[in-house]
Design a protein around this ligand. Structure first.
Ligand SMILES: Cc1cc2nc3c(=O)[nH]c(=O)nc-3n(C[C@H](O)[C@H](O)[C@H](O)COP(=O)(O)OP(=O)(O)OC[C@H]3O[C@@H](n4cnc5c(N)ncnc54)[C@H](O)[C@@H]3O)c2cc1C
Length: 378
């Protein structure tokens, strides 16, 4: 598939968002969650898990098609939706595709592509975020099953999830080697959803606590290797970080577009604010910042597509683009003056939503640690 197909696909995505998301987004932000049915609509429109093979319900499209969806959702300022969608299509589904048994793939992937089953990834716990080795959720062998006990927090898609890719400790004494992933069907007894948490941005994103109370699960739901969970997390994190970078560049681009509209119409001292040298220079700096990061992001996307993306490069692109997104959305808001601080102006949402991008998927500080480790070791 070439550039022309990609751009046609982009038009389809834009039309879908204009028809099915834009008219309702404000309402969903106020409600603190978007409806589960949106996933069914997106599945119907062929916008979920697009790079998954056709045998599992995808359309076998190149990775760039998945990126185009994230780009348009983020550019239009729907970052809450972008974050939930990427967890579903670009994180949870690829874990199952890359690590799952045939039975796991058949059980979950077609329904994830249709939007009937929503995916989440459960790593973070109240006592273990950056330091994932500190996680306490346990999976204890019991005959042919495991019993899972513990809790997770900040889990994207937690309220809607039909399957959680869950990180557990199967051997608490074995350190990183005691970590095992499971595919947890959320209809199993012992699974409980906690609160959908209040956030300063991404209001319509579903971000929840999850609880596991003696949840009995078959050993067939182990995802990947028993005790291999940490290695699997490390293998899959580059895609998560790259997709966050894709959303960061597009989100910054959307903020710039909104700002250009504003500064060319708003007047001060009898002239559009776009005529002040400061405004012009700020816009020039913002545009340059975005384009430099876009070039690196495109290089990284190509690396991922040809299988050469490594952990350090993924950390660099995530660090660079999300820090840029923070700078850009802040500079854009400043050009709106007081109106930028009003929630009725979308730039305020760009600014508030951008803040989390430097934290989830690994904080900027952890990205620096990963990069430094490649230079001078531990
Ligand atoms: C909206 C949202 C959605 C999320 N979605 C998910 C999800 O779907 N699944 C999931 O598992 N998690 C999710 N998370 C969790 C997210 O990945 C964590 O919040 C993040 O990794 C940071 O962990 P923490 O919050 O425990 O912070 P901490 O680890 O407590 O960090 C606190 C501060 O200390 C710094 N720090 C920690 N260690 C070091 C170090 N070695 N060197 C220097 N500084 C350090 C951090 O950078 C940070 O500034 C989500 C979080 C949010 C807010």
């Amino acid at each position: 598939m070439g550039t022309e197909e990609l751009e046609l696909f982009r038009d389809t995505v834009k039309r879908f968002l204009a028809d099915n998301v834009e008219p309702h987004y404000e309402k969903w932000e106020k409600a603190g969650i978007f409806p589960k049915d949106l996933y069914l609509q997106m599945g119907e429109a062929g916008l979920l898990c697009v790079d998954q093979p056709e045998e599992y319900g995808g359309i076998g499209a190149p990775f760039e098609f998945s990126c185009v969806i994230v780009e348009e959702v983020a550019r239009m300022g729907f970052l809450a939706l972008a974050s939930n969608l990427t967890v579903h299509s670009d994180i949870a589904a690829p874990y199952i595709l890359h690590l799952g048994s045939e039975a796991q793939k058949q059980k979950y992937l077609p329904k994830m592509a249709s939007g009937e089953c929503i995916g989440a990834i459960g790593m973070t716990e109240p006592g273990a975020g950056s330091d994932l080795q500190g996680m306490k959720t346990s999976a204890t062998p019991d005959g042919d099953d495991y019993l899972i006990n513990g809790s997770k927090t900040f889990i994207t898609n937690g309220q809607h999830a039909g399957v959680v890719v869950l990180a557990t400790k199967t051997d608490p004494k074995a350190g990183a080697r005691g970590t095992t992933l499971f595919t947890v069907d959320t209809t199993l007894p012992g699974f409980k959803r906690g609160r959908n948490l209040d956030k300063i941005g991404l209001h319509s994103a579903d971000t929840s606590e999850l609880f596991f109370d003696n949840l009995r699960i078959s050993k067939d739901e182990v995802l990947g290797r028993l005790g291999g969970g940490f290695g699997h997390l490390i293998d899959e994190l580059p895609r998560e970080r790259l997709v966050l970078a894709v959303s960061a560049v597009a989100h910054a681009q959307g903020a710039l577009e909104k700002t250009i509209e504003y500064v060319t119409t708003r007047k001060a001292f009898g002239t559009p604010i776009a005529s002040f040298q400061n405004t012009r220079f700020e816009l020039a700096k913002i545009k340059t910042d975005i384009e430099i990061h876009r070039a690196y992001m495109e290089k990284c996307t190509a690396m991922y597509a040809n299988g050469t993306m490594d952990v350090t490069t993924a950390a660099m692109i995530k660090l660079a683009t999300t820090e840029m997104e923070g700078r850009v959305t802040d500079a854009c808001l400043q050009l709106f003056g007081g109106y930028g601080y009003m929630t009725e102006y979308p730039i305020s949402r760009y600014w508030a939503d951008a803040r989390i991008q430097r934290i989830y998927g690994g904080t900027s500080e952890i990205m620096k640690e990963v990069i430094a480790r490649s230079l001078v070791g531990r």
